[in-house]
Design a protein around this ligand. Structure first.
Ligand code: SDX
Length: 377
């Protein structure tokens, strides 16, 4: 019998404060630095939201212009990173490619690239911007090389989302697709102390470096209980096939005690605040693509899950099919989550350093009592 209460998975445990975002399950709301995420998705670019997460305020027009100029200058895939990616098998999981590429960036001495008089904060702001600008090239190139296609150079006349789609598909996106992608990047950007963000804070709390913290966060995000769920949603749709088979499939899956990907959440218990916004994006994409079959399958599984378990969708449920309709390979979905969440992760890394305390919880020992090593012959 343990002496102290055990909070398995740290469920419900408040371990620190943060000024970056507020997840409120009672009001089913999410604020980034005080702004409702739905308003940011409707009115802002992902570049503006990245600035907000890092600096605490939305950028002025001049600040945005300066940020966009820097971000666009840092977009071309680093030649050393391309060499590394080319050395990896095309069968490697894209999350392993992204994790390896980010880890490798940490081996360069980027302090040489930075202006004089840098503080840790400004050095990390520079590193955050570098990852923000490089991840689209890494993610886009890995999808293209898996398809036997060549690297596409970035375009500095396009915004972040349009350029990401340009580098992936080699054509300028339709405005509706660009906006859909922009909304998804904003919705995925930040979500308080989720597992990958907390991983980044734990690594940072030892005073390790930003690249190590982001590498750890990517490892945590890969798991299907976290970011990997958006890929797994498409696998579930593939198993079910058509809407009329959804309820029978679910009955069998639940009988096998399977976790249904894209449903449930550790914090939201009355639905994920981001789902309505992402579902509206998905509905538009379904309409434009003439994929009513996919829309019906989505609705049928949601209906079955709600009625059988009363467990509601999380963001990954609409995001998966939306990325599919935008043309991304399923294996690219979680790397897209990385490209977005790197903004939240790096904001938390910098916040952790502002008032750092080593993160080191306790455990209750339940192993054998103290005993002697048997005498050796
Ligand atoms: C993300 O934390 C964040 O903010 C994460 C995220 C972010 O933006 O960073 O929002 C992104 O990771 C979203 C979640 C993506 N993961 C999935 O979709 C995977 C499927 N979901 C489940 O594994 C689950 O819902 C979790 C892990 C997300 C949350 O689980 P909890 O809060 O730990 O709850 P639990 O696993 O203890 O489940 C409670 C009960 C259990 O039933 P009993 O064993 O008590 O009978 O609900 C059941 C669970 O079996 N349950 C599910 C289920 N989710 C919960 N049963 C089937 N399918 C599910 N999806």
């Amino acid at each position: 019998m343990t002496e102290t209460p055990i909070h398995k998975g740290l469920a419900g445990v408040v371990v620190d404060t943060t000024a970056i975002s507020k997840v409120n399950p009672d009001t089913n709301s999410l604020l980034y630095r005080g702004y409702p995420v739905q308003d940011l998705a409707a009115h802002c670019s992902f570049e503006e939201v990245a600035y907000l997460l890092w600096h605490g305020e939305l950028p002025s027009p001049d600040q945005l212009a300066e940020m966009e100029k820097l971000e666009r200058s840092l977009r071309p895939l680093d030649a050393r990173t391309k060499t590394l990616i080319d050395a990896l098998p095309t069968t490697a999981h894209p999350m392993d490619v992204v994790r390896t590429a980010v880890s490798q960036l940490g081996t360069f001495d980027d302090t040489l690239l930075q202006p004089e008089g840098l503080t840790d904060r400004t050095l990390n702001e520079g590193r955050a911007m570098y990852l923000f600008a490089q991840l689209p090239a890494i993610v886009a190139y890995d999808q293209r090389r898996r398809r036997g296609e060549d690297l596409i150079e970035p375009r500095d006349d396009l915004g972040y989302s349009a350029n990401f789609l340009w580098m992936t598909f080699g054509s300028e996106p339709a405005p509706a697709v660009e906006q859909a992608f922009n909304v998804s990047m904003i919705l995925y950007a930040e979500h308080s102390f989720n597992a990958s963000t907390f991983t980044a804070r734990v690594v940072t709390s030892t005073l390790s470096d930003l690249y190590s913290a982001v590498t750890g966060a990517i490892g945590a995000l890969k798991g299907p209980l976290h970011g990997g769920a958006n890929e797994a949603v498409m696998a579930v749709f593939g198993e079910i096939g058509t809407a009329d088979r959804a309820d029978d499939w679910l009955e069998a899956a639940l009988a096998e005690k399977r976790k249904i990907m894209g449903f449930g959440h550790r914090v939201y218990k009355h639905g994920d605040s981001r789902v309505p916004t992402m579902k509206a994006v998905l509905d538009d994409l379904v309409e434009h693509a003439g994929r009513r079959d996919l829309g019906d399958l989505y609705d049928a599984l949601e209906q079955a899950m709600t009625s059988r378990k009363n467990i509601l969708p999380n963001l990954d449920y609409p995001a998966g099919p939306a990325y599919h309709l935008m043309g991304f390979d399923t294996a690219t979905f979680t790397p897209l989550f990385v490209a977005s969440r790197v903004t939240g992760w790096t904001a938390h890394i910098m916040e952790q350093l502002e008032s750092n305390s080593l993160i080191r919880p306790l455990s209750e020992y339940v192993g054998p009592d103290q005993r002697e090593v048997p005498a050796r012959p």
